[in-house]
Structures are given as structure tokens and as C-alpha cells.
Design a protein around this ligand. Structure first.
Ligand code: AMP
Length: 155
């Protein structure tokens, strides 16, 4: 029988997707336990989503002329980064990153670029609609190059 290589079975770089929802806080707790067990590094990521509006059936433009501009984007990113920094400090996590983009696409890309072998996230986010798995989670499970752990809220 083939011997189990325990080092290969362990995760080494765990990325936790945080939208500041109750579900994502549970995901952090689970990820911290998992990282401790595996001796893995853990990093929190938050994506500030820029509003998009459709201009053609299959074309959308990022930003909202007259409403959304670079200054608003910068202050939102900076406020979100402060919030993430405080959260990371409170729970003793050293690495955290706030990026601008689309959560379902850019978390997958970030995980790939940073050689993450596990993404941990909530089954649902701030919208909290419980019947279906959240759209961000659904997309990341389908497109990530690594394992994805979707953490459920208890009843
Ligand atoms: P959703 O699919 O949008 O209901 O969210 C499900 C999970 O995706 C949340 O619990 C978070 O773990 C993650 N997530 C959603 N939006 C973001 C975001 N903007 N930045 C980071 N993680 C997110």
C-alpha cells in the first residue's frame, strides 16, 4: 500500500475571503484552526467591489460616471483596509490584503499568483440569503486552481 506523505497532504498557504459578514468571521475561525493544524500561513483578503453598469447585452463598464470616481474609490479602499487591519490585529493574523476588483474573479487570481493551496470562505455573504450558495462562493468553487472550503453558518 502507498505510504501517505503527510507533508504533501497538508495545506501551506491559506487565503481567507473576508466581506465582514458573520459567515466570513466563521470562515476565519475555521481557517485559523486549519492553519494551526497544518502549520500553514494564513492571509486575509478583502475585495472592494467597484460598481459596474451594463452598456450592451454582454458588455459592462466599471465605475459610475458622475457618481463613482478615483477619490471615492481610494477612500473606500483605505477605509476597508483599516477595517481589515483592525480585524487582523484583533485575531493575531499578520498578513492581510485589500484589493480593488471583483471578488469572484480577483480572489481566484490572487490565490493563483500567491500560490495559495486553500481558499476559506463563507457559504454566504452579507446578503445572507440562505436558500442558495452565495454567487461569489459558487464562482470561486468552480474556477479556483486550489481547494476551497465553504464554511456554513450554524442554523
Ligand atoms: P456571497 O457569495 O457574495 O454571498 O459571499 C460568500 C462569501 O464570499 C463570504 O462569506 C466571503 O467569505 C466571500 N466574499 C464575498 N464578497 C467578498 C469580498 N468583497 N471580499 C472578500 N470576500 C468576499
Amino acid at each position: 500500500m502507498e505510504k501517505l506523505d503527510i507533508n504533501n497532504a497538508m495545506y501551506k498557504q491559506v487565503l481567507v475571503a473576508v466581506d465582514f459578514s458573520e459567515n466570513s468571521y466563521l470562515a476565519i475561525e475555521k481557517a485559523q484552526k486549519m492553519a494551526k493544524f497544518c502549520g500553514a500561513n494564513i492571509e486575509l483578503i478583502h475585495v472592494v467591489e467597484i460598481p459596474t453598469y451594463p452598456i450592451l447585452e454582454d458588455v459592462a463598464v466599471m465605475g459610475m460616471p458622475g457618481i463613482w470616481d478615483d477619490d471615492i474609490a481610494k477612500s473606500l479602499i483605505s477605509a476597508s483596509d483599516e477595517k481589515l487591519k483592525k480585524l487582523a490585529n484583533d485575531i493575531d493574523v499578520i498578513s492581510f490584503k485589500t484589493i480593488e476588483g471583483i471578488a469572484s474573479i480577483d480572489i481566484v487570481e490572487y490565490a493563483k499568483q500567491n500560490k495559495c493551496d486553500l481558499i476559506v470562505m463563507g457559504t454566504h455573504g452579507i446578503s445572507g440569503f440562505k436558500a442558495l450558495i452565495g454567487s461569489t462562493t459558487n464562482s470561486i468553487v468552480n474556477h479556483a486552481c486550489c481547494d476551497v472550503l465553504a464554511v456554513k453558518l450554524k442554523d
